[in-house]
Design a protein around this ligand. Structure first.
Ligand code: GDP
Length: 362
């Protein structure tokens, strides 16, 4: 599933946030087959449609799509040059789909800041610079090999293109720009995948604020401006830790008392999902109402494969009704009589919110 790595300076609230993530007991209990490792926090993507589906089908359980948060990397200025240390502690982050940078925006005289005072714009710069330097190191190490390959296989298009992409990447990074920000405009990002570079990944910025400032539009706008066009999320890590311990109603009450409708972790899961171009389709029955994660543009057999590889291999057809049509009709029976339930074949491209039942051979 989708995974996000957390980075940031020391003392910005990474561990506090991560502990809140891993305390998410409600989810852990609903995914008994998931191996939840100590360095992975699982967060459900809030989805109001699931509650409605559970009503219609009388489902006993609701299983949202999930996002995994894998590990945290504390980074300080100069980390990338420190005797290989930098690259070592970024190892797990390399495997993640996106990078979440936690930035301190809270004032607290009892919590020291490594650079003396609270200055979000400087901290963002520091972390971005270290990630860029780490990528430059990776490229410097890889380039001699890529050059040799390209020379030896003069007719091989792949090795020529990889070398060209690596060189363009080096140029972009030398100019102080992350590869993701440069985008496919200047370099073929997909070509670079095998090099496990960090700045090719989309970034999500999390500002850790005093809870009193969470609802302050002026504060938020100023911080958002520092990272646009990337997405920013505003939360109070200490409150998130409290929320993780509360039941749903109590949590909602605490959020509302701060002028919020959704927890920071829920926002983070939702934004991570959007940032990576993912969508969900839905299945429902008496046992469970469930959301499944697919890439936008996935076909029906690919969607079936997310449930089980056998479903993809033996795919025959999919019985599909859009969530809105189903709700308008009231139940499956009425949706069928109204002609809203379609039989789709292997070329069907899934739409967000399709409610599906797959037919397959085993
Ligand atoms: P990390 O080094 O980034 O993992 O930071 P920690 O999560 O260990 O937090 C460092 C210190 O800051 C701890 O004492 C936390 O209790 C405190 N802290 C974390 N988040 C907040 C916050 O939102 N507000 C305040 N006042 N303190 C926080």
């Amino acid at each position: 599933s989708l995974s996000i790595g957390i980075v940031g300076l020391p003392n910005v609230g990474k561990s506090t946030l991560f502990n809140a993530l891993t305390k998410n007991d409600a989810l852990a209990a609903n995914y008994p087959f998931a191996t939840i490792e100590p360095n992975v926090g699982v967060v459900g993507v809030p989805d109001a449609r699931l509650g409605r589906l559970a009503e219609i089908f009388g489902s006993a359980k609701i299983l949202p799509a999930t996002v995994d948060f894998v590990d945290i990397a504390g980074i300080v200025r100069g980390a990338s040059t420190g005797e290989g240390l930098g690259n070592k502690f970024l190892a797990n982050i390399r495997e993640s789909d996106a990078i979440c940078q936690v930035i301190r925006a809270f004032e607290d005289p009892d919590v020291t800041h490594v650079d003396g005072d609270v200055e979000p714009s400087r901290d963002i710069e520091t972390i971005n610079t270290e990630l860029i330097l780490a990528d430059l190191q990776t490229l410097e190490k890889a380039l001699p090999r890529l050059e040799k390959d390209a020379k030896r296989n003069a007719k091989d298009k792949d090795s020529q293109e990889l070398l060209a992409a690596a060189r363009s990447a080096q140029e972009i990074l030398d100019g102080g720009t992350s590869l993701y920000a440069a985008g496919d405009r200047d370099v073929d990002l997909a070509r670079l995948r095998e090099l496990s570079l960090l700045t090719v990944k989309p970034f999500i910025y999390v500002f850790n604020l005093d809870s009193g400032e969470l609802a302050d539009e002026a504060v938020r706008a100023k911080l958002q401006e520092l990272v646009s066009p990337a997405e920013a999320i505003f939360l109070d890590a200490k409150i998130e830790a409290e929320l993780a311990e509360l039941d749903e109603d109590e949590a909602q009450e605490l959020l509302e008392s701060m002028g919020q409708t959704e927890s920071g972790l829920a926002q983070l899961a939702r934004v991570g999902f959007d940032t990576l171009g993912l969508q969900t389709y839905l299945t429902a029955g008496p046992k469970e109402a469930r959301a499944w994660t697919i890439k936008k543009g996935a076909t029906a057999p690919e969607a079936a494969g997310v449930i089980h590889t056998d479903f993809q291999r033996g795919f025959i057809k999919a019985e599909v009704v859009s969530f809105d049509d189903l709700v308008a009709a009231g139940d499956m029976q009425s949706a069928r009589s109204a002609g809203k339930v379609r039989m789709e074949g292997k070329d069907y491209v899934m739409a967000d919110g399709d409610v599906v039942e797959f037919r397959f051979n085993v």
